[in-house]
Structure formats: structure tokens, C-alpha cells
Design a protein around this ligand. Structure first.
Ligand code: NDP
Length: 333
């Protein structure tokens, strides 16, 4: 077996040296367990938070243990009545090639319904995050203007398209020309702004949002959010989904104080964690799958090949390497 352990807590941007690839025997499944062979594994921005020992909504990763997270794999040995060899499952054992897990800790996937990788992206945690954040906190109404930051990522692409489905004018912010073209040409957004090359983001946003901003779906925080928040309309809503621009900072980043802006616009800013909606995951997945089927929802995946490239793929999230959901392909089905 091969596993990737967190061996040092990163300060600032993580590096290869904070991780270690180790080899060991393939585990034996116990009674009620299955042995799963990893096909695809997920790297996600939230994992950065767990690498620090700061208090958060999930406990820090213990040092010298496997980095856990979402995985899609194949059951290669079963000692559980409800799963058999060849079944494809979603599991959470993280960055390792094989794991023995209790059968009630995995979810069986139906490969006929959708490509198996979608369980880690558009039909999985990121898709559900966009769904509940946009619909429950954003509450989009036809004709409203919606801005999505991190728009070309796993969550952002779905959030932006849901707002389009609901009849909004949607403006995306992302960090490369390829991403901007994708947002405009493939996803049909009304405008898209490259924050890396736009000298005056606030001005560009004001031009792209002539009627102001009703919903700001925030994936990134920092100066990008400062610019968007300065354009809020009365009664605006801000689903506070992520703050990736701050995850590698060692010192707090104090920007303009936004409270007066929220006050004078009667705006609502609400943080949320996707698991707040765990009771409704089935509903969300069903609706997302339906939109996929009708072609109203599109998705793309950025797949890095090879287990040994997992750390590189993870680090790429912070330099914007990925268009759509970042995955690592570990083995052929
Ligand atoms: P993405 O697929 O969006 O990948 C991360 C992207 O963030 C990169 O591609 C990059 O795109 C952008 N980015 C990286 N650094 C910066 C920066 N300094 N400033 C601006 N943009 C940056 O990841 P996810 O879709 O998985 O996650 C998106 C956000 O949602 C994250 O903040 C994550 O923590 C959050 N999240 C929250 C959840 C919740 O329950 N609340 C659940 C899941 C995710 P670019 O080229 O455009 O810079």
C-alpha cells in the first residue's frame, strides 16, 4: 500500500516537505469491512485548514497520519453483506491507495447514473455546497445580479450556473484567461473578470454590474471581496462559502471594515458549512443530477494522473492550476 502522511504543520503555503509518501502492506478487511482500491481521490481547499492546529469546524489532521478526504474506489474484497467485489463506492479515507473500511462508512455509487468522478465534484460535496449556499442563503430571484468569486472552481462553476438557471445576471471572477473564456463560452455567464490582469477590479465590476450586486457568492475573501462588497444593493445577500485567499496567511489580514456597507444596504452575510444541510443532501443531489441530465448544468474536472502527484495537485489549488474540480487519478477501473 502507499499512503501520504502529514508530517509537519505548514506555516504559510504548504510544501512537499510537509508530507511523506510511505509504503506498507495492503490492509486486511475485518468482519463487516470492505477493502477498497482507490480510483480517484479528491484534493480540497478545506484540507489546508485541517493541516494547521487552529480550532475550526473540523479537528486538525493528526501528525504522521494519512491526510483524509473524499475518495472514489472499487471494492476488491468484501466481508460485508451489503457490498460485493466490483462495487464502486464513495469513501473518506483520503490519500492512500487501499483502505479497509466499515461498509456503513461508504456510499455505493451507481456508475450507470453518472460518471463516478462526479461523486467528488458536481454531484458531491462541492456541488452541494454551491446548491445550498446559493439557494438557501443567496435566494436568487430572476433579474438579480449575482457575482461569484472563485467562479471557475468546483463550487464556483456550480454556484454560477444555478444563478443562471434561476434567471439572474451572473458575473464570474477568476484568475486566468482560459477560465474567463470557459465561464463565458461554456457556462454562458453574462460577464467574467480576470482579477489577475484587471488593474482596477472595482471599476471593472461596476461596469459588469450596472445595476449593482444583489448576491455575492464568496469563495475567496480578501481584496476581491472588498471590491464586490462596495457595490452591494439594498437587501443583498452574501453566502460566505470560502476565503481561500486567506488560508495560507500567518497573520490576520485586515481590510476595509465592511460593516457600514452591510448596515447601509441591510445586507445579509451568512457563513455556512455544507454539512449544515446534511439532512437535505439527497434532495440536493437529486436536483443537481436532474440539471446535469437536462444539460442546464455543465461540469469540468482537472485530473492529475498518479498517486505520487497528489501533493502537487493539492498545492495547485492555491495557485489556480485547476479549471473545475481538481482530482487525482490513482488507478484504472
Ligand atoms: P476550487 O476548485 O475553486 O479551487 C480553488 C481555486 O481558488 C483556484 O483554482 C483558484 O482559482 C482560486 N484561488 C486560489 N488562491 C486564490 C487567491 N489568493 N485569490 C483568489 N482566488 C484564489 O476549490 P473549491 O471549489 O473546492 O472551493 C472553493 C471555495 O469554497 C474554497 O474557499 C473552499 O474552502 C470553499 N468551500 C467551502 C465549503 C463549505 O462548506 N463552506 C465546502 C467546499 C468548499 P483562480 O485561478 O481563479 O485564482
Amino acid at each position: 500500500n502507499q499512503q501520504i502522511l502529514l508530517v509537519k504543520r505548514p506555516k504559510g503555503m504548504p510544501k512537499e516537505e510537509h508530507f511523506q509518501l510511505v509504503e506498507g502492506p495492503i490492509p486486511q478487511p475485518g468482519e463487516g469491512e470492505v477493502l477498497v482500491r482507490t480510483l480517484y481521490l479528491s484534493v480540497d481547499p478545506y484540507m489546508r485548514g485541517r493541516m494547521s492546529d487552529r480550532k475550526s469546524y473540523v479537528p486538525p489532521y493528526p501528525l504522521n497520519e494519512v491526510v483524509t478526504g473524499g475518495v472514489v474506489g472499487e471494492v476488491v474484497q468484501s466481508r460485508a453483506a451489503d457490498l460485493k467485489e466490483g462495487d464502486i463506492v464513495l469513501a473518506h479515507y483520503g490519500w492512500q491507495k487501499y483502505a479497509a473500511v466499515k461498509s456503513n462508512q461508504v456510499r455505493k455509487l451507481n456508475p450507470e447514473l453518472a460518471p463516478i468522478t462526479t461523486a467528488l465534484g458536481v454531484l458531491g460535496m462541492p456541488g452541494l455546497t454551491a446548491y445550498f449556499g446559493m439557494l438557501e442563503i443567496g435566494r436568487p430571484k430572476p433579474g438579480e445580479t449575482v457575482v461569484v468569486s472563485g467562479a471557475a472552481g468546483a463550487v464556483g462553476t456550480v454556484a454560477a450556473q444555478i444563478a443562471k438557471i434561476k434567471g439572474c445576471r451572473v458575473v464570474g471572477i477568476a484568475g486566468s484567461e482560459v477560465k474567463i473564456q470557459y465561464l463565458l463560452d461554456e457556462l454562458g455567464l453574462d460577464a467574467a473578470i480576470n482579477y489577475q490582469t484587471t488593474p482596477n477590479l472595482k471599476k471593472a465590476l461596476a461596469e459588469a454590474c450596472p445595476n449593482g450586486v444583489d448576491i455575492y457568492f464568496d469563495n475567496v475573501g480578501g481584496e476581491i471581496s472588498d471590491a464586490v462588497i462596495s457595490l452591494l444593493n439594498h437587501g443583498a445577500r452574501i453566502p460566505l462559502c470560502g476565503q481561500i485567499s486567506l488560508y495560507n496567511l500567518e497573520k490576520p489580514d485586515i481590510g476595509p471594515r465592511i460593516q457600514p456597507q452591510l448596515l447601509i444596504t441591510s445586507a445579509l452575510m451568512k457563513g455556512f458549512i455544507v454539512t449544515d444541510y446534511v439532512d437535505r443532501f439527497e434532495e440536493g443531489t437529486r436536483q443537481l443530477a436532474q440539471w446535469l441530465k437536462t444539460g442546464q448544468l455543465k461540469y469540468t474536472e482537472h485530473i492529475v494522473e498518479g498517486f505520487e502527484n497528489t501533493v502537487k495537485a493539492f498545492l495547485g489549488l492555491f495557485t489556480g492550476e485547476n479549471l473545475g474540480k481538481q482530482l487525482v487519478k490513482v488507478a484504472e477501473r
